[in-house]
Design a protein around this ligand. Structure first.
Ligand SMILES: Cc1cc2nc3c(=O)[nH]c(=O)nc-3n(C[C@H](O)[C@H](O)[C@H](O)COP(=O)(O)O)c2cc1C
Length: 239
């Protein structure tokens, strides 16, 4: 199996430790590709909208974004790891997610995304891990992923892994081991169920694309939907 990990920070801090504990169980059986932000995508989206109106290959940051997009599309499991910064995900993670606006369902979702699984690992000192996870989940769900597991931890004490109280460190370790235990038992060759929310979002976007395509058959997003048969009876999650 293939796993792609996006680390929202380059720091080998608590998020890194939790993510490492999670991956331990997969190391033998999975091919793991990791990206560290901002190193692996140091630029901000400039808002040129080339990706949306012309092609994702027209992005000025294509050298970074398409490498990450290709790894995401090839993976069976996506792992997104980020600490909470001012109640949200890190700026680097948000900057990467901005680059993938074209993958959102109202534009040109990748059919592969509808059958993927994802896990989001966030943690914070006291409050903000849940909203950081929500920032990431928002993008993932609009990319078409239904099966998203969230881990949002609170340290409530020291913020350095080695200095955490033993009880807290072992509680977090146990929780991460339980999570990786659950996710490593899955038969990844069997696609997950596409949930009702994803289907409703898809139908709503389909209605919009149908009308856009009718008004302007050359409009990129509408054309993309029409070419894949999604304006008819074909659905991206059915093989
Ligand atoms: C810029 C910045 C903003 C932060 N904002 C919050 C916050 O809003 N809520 C919180 O509980 N902790 C906050 N923290 C603390 C971190 O979430 C916490 O120390 C976390 O364990 C850092 O993870 P890391 O070791 O993986 O970097 C913030 C830390 C930084 C550096």
């Amino acid at each position: 199996m293939k796993i792609t990990v996006i680390n929202g920070t380059e720091k080998h801090g608590v998020t890194y430790r939790l993510k490492e504990i999670f991956l331990e169980r997969f190391r033998e059986k999975a091919e793991i590709t990791e990206f560290y932000l901002p190193k692996d995508c140091p630029s901000f989206c400039s808002g040129c909208v080339n990706c949306i109106l012309r092609s994702e290959h027209r992005c000025k940051d294509i050298a970074y974004t398409q490498k990450i997009a290709a790894a995401l599309l090839e993976s069976d499991l996506i792992v997104m790891a980020s600490p909470a910064y001012v109640m949200h995900t890190t700026g680097s993670m948000k900057a990467l997610l901005d680059h993938f606006a074209y993958l959102w369902m109202p534009h040109r979702p990748a059919p592969e995304m509808f059958t993927k699984r994802a896990v989001i690992i966030t943690q914070c000192l006291g409050a903000g891990a849940k909203s950081a996870a929500k920032d990431i989940k928002h993008s993932l769900s609009w990319w078409g992923i239904s099966n998203i597991t969230v881990f949002a931890g609170k340290l409530m004490g020291d913020i350095v892994w080695e200095q955490l109280a033993d009880k807290k460190r072992s509680e977090l370790t146990k929780k991460m081991n339980r999570l990786s235990g659950q996710l490593s038992c899955i038969h990844y060759e069997k696609p997950p169920r596409v949930n009702a929310i994803t289907r409703i979002k898809f139908l709503f976007c389909r209605m919009m694309q149908k009308s856009l395509h009718k008004n302007d058959p050359e409009y990129l997003d509408g054309k993309y939907w029409a070419e894949r048969g999604w304006l008819g009876k074909i659905r991206p999650w059915r093989a």
